[in-house]
Design a protein around this ligand. Structure first.
Ligand code: GDP
Length: 281
């Protein structure tokens, strides 16, 4: 679906997340490990404010593992605990529960000290931009398919808790936040990774961005995938060469740039160029 985040929608989304925060002990901020900054909500610090928070770098299976390590180290310097996970296969799920437990230990010890014998389960909310994997993570943590994947606008129901073992409970509806729209480069990164629909930005522009990025950061992968001995510096020539090699031709044998753009983005999103990270330190 296409979400149009007008100021009114943003205010509503923020209000909804703020309401949910009242019910929970800890926030799991879900971001895309390939773009851990670009897939963050620009107002997340303000929105979450004083709740304990753990950042989950999802789709780590698709991200460049060295870069992911660098990001985790960077966030640590910002006093943000970050964990690389893969909600689809389930990698990192135990770590999430353990990290939440550790973070909330002081709070629960205080409750115990006050005579509350068996502290209740930790209550958590998953927040993140669309398509970052919130539903997949809820399903994975729940161990069965409770939350439906994909966003269902206009469907509201009472809040429900999903049990994750004995120690954790999740709100069944995640908090949906918006990405940083105003920044053009962020838009291209969101589009390249498939976080926003291809109809939002011009596909050729997105492919130009992606190819320039790959030329700068992953030249060997680009060479290998499209059989270049050297990568053409001129972007039109690069489109032409990829188009000719991969048969992206229109009638009359001229290269069809839309087809090239589609092919390159599909190759990136299906990991034909390997694990890639687009936000770099
Ligand atoms: P939501 O909009 O945040 O709830 O996102 P979804 O849970 O619907 O996931 C969006 C897409 O990302 C789906 O196609 C998922 O299969 C995929 N996805 C979610 N988590 C992962 C992951 O860790 N790795 C990979 N490779 N794909 C994932």
């Amino acid at each position: 679906m296409t979400i149009q985040w007008f100021p009114g929608h943003m205010a509503k989304a923020k209000r909804e997340v703020t309401e949910k925060l009242k019910l929970i002990d800890i926030v799991f901020e879900l971001v895309d490990a390939r773009i851990p900054l670009s897939s963050r909500n620009p107002l997340i610090d303000e929105i979450v404010a004083n709740k304990p928070r753990i950042m989950l770098l999802n789709k780590a299976d698709m991200a460049d593992p060295d870069v992911t390590k660098q990001w985790i180290a960077f966030f640590a310097t910002q006093q943000i605990e970050a964990i690389a996970i893969d909600a689809q296969s389930g990698t990192g799920m135990k770590q999430i529960v353990a990290a939440a437990k550790e973070r909330l230990r002081p709070k629960f010890e205080k409750m115990e000290a006050k005579g509350i014998k068996r502290p209740r389960a930790m209550r958590a909310l998953i927040v993140g931009i669309p398509n970052v994997g919130k539903s997949t993570l809820i399903n994975r943590l729940a161990g069965k398919h409770i939350a439906k994947t994909g966003d269902k606008p206009g469907v509201t129901k009472a809040q429900q808790w999903i049990k994750v073992g004995k120690e954790l409970e999740l709100l069944d509806t995640p908090g949906i936040l918006w990405p940083k729209f105003e920044d053009e480069e962020v838009g291209y990164k969101l589009a390249t990774t498939g976080a926003i629909k291809d109809t939002i930005l011009n596909l050729q522009d997105v492919a130009v961005y992606a190819l320039r990025f790959l030329t700068a950061h992953y030249p060997d992968r680009l060479k290998e995938r499209y059989a270049f001995s050297h990568i053409p510096e001129d972007i039109v020539q690069l489109f032409d060469e990829i188009g000719k090699r991969r048969g992206c031709l229109a009638s009359g044998g001229v290269v069809d740039y839309d087809k090239v753009a589609e092919l390159v983005l599909r190759d990136i999103r299906t990991e034909k160029l390997g694990r890639l990270s687009f936000d770099r330190l």
